[in-house]
Design a protein around this ligand. Structure first.
Ligand SMILES: *Cc1c(COP(=O)(O)O)cnc(C)c1O
Length: 236
């Protein structure tokens, strides 16, 4: 028998269910304060590094939208889970190397981290080859941090033109990860403004520590890990 017969530790299941309910409540409150419809805000449950039983517990609550930041790690566990839960949607929220594009297009339903022409060209070629067309978001390096992925705000126009117009990628929106030591609100406001100006609907921003701020500034996707699953074990 497959591992779908595995029973969940009831205490763990209850704890994760409580966390999901609490985060949903906070999303609803932040949306209400901003005069926004809470159903317009998607919750990407970031499961990177989390033990499998916590993911099982999240699935048991009915949650179906997840995010992973490494192709390799996601490929190790999500194909089996997707077989059992065909309505799962999986977002790639970490950097994508061109040599992983084939696997990424096969597994993910959205790639939130398109950030350079070479990657865009590889994605377009693989989508044409495979017929799979995961949604694409362009990652913007709003803080212009040299070590961080993402296109600089003043390079967005050119990259978007390449992705959307020249390559025909299904670009739906923008994503950012603000600098750790700055007020995220300014970065969220900038990303929302760039998306509006570009005619893009999806705005992916906000994590456990700041998703309410992100919602006030127009996030349509928040990416939340530790507030849902608890602390992550360190990367081995
Ligand atoms: C890990 C991660 C998150 C979730 O972070 P938490 O602080 O655990 O909520 C969100 N976005 C990205 C890109 C991440 O890598």
């Amino acid at each position: 028998m497959a591992d779908d017969g595995k029973t969940l530790d009831p205490a763990l299941a209850a704890r994760i269910a409580d966390n999901f309910a609490a985060v949903r409540r906070r999303i609803a409150e932040a949306a209400a304060e901003a005069g926004r419809d809470p159903s317009a805000i998607g919750l990407v449950a970031v499961s990177k590094l989390q033990p499998p039983e916590r993911i099982e517990a999240a699935l048991a609550t009915g949650h179906r939208l997840f995010g992973e930041n490494r192709v390799q790690e996601a490929t190790g566990r999500w194909p089996a889970l997707k077989q059992r839960y065909p309505d799962v949607a999986l977002h790639l929220i970490g950097p994508l190397q061109t040599n992983k594009v084939k696997e990424a297009v096969a597994l993910f339903d959205a790639i939130e981290t398109v950030d350079r022409p070479r990657l865009a060209r590889h994605l377009a070629a693989e989508m044409a080859r495979s017929g799979r067309r995961p949604d694409c978001l362009i990652q913007v390096n709003t803080g212009e941090e040299p070590q961080k992925a993402g296109v600089a705000p003043d390079g967005l126009g050119d990259l978007l033109a390449l992705c959307r117009d020249a390559l025909g990628l299904p670009v739906r929106g923008l994503m950012c990860i603000p600098p750790q030591d700055e007020n995220p609100a300014l970065h969220f406001a900038l990303l929302a403004e760039l998306a509006a100006r570009s005619g893009l609907e999806v705005v992916s921003m906000g994590m456990s520590g700041d998703f309410e701020t992100a919602i006030r500034h127009g996030a349509t996707l928040v990416r939340v890990g530790t507030a849902l699953f608890g602390e992550r074990p360190p990367r081995p």
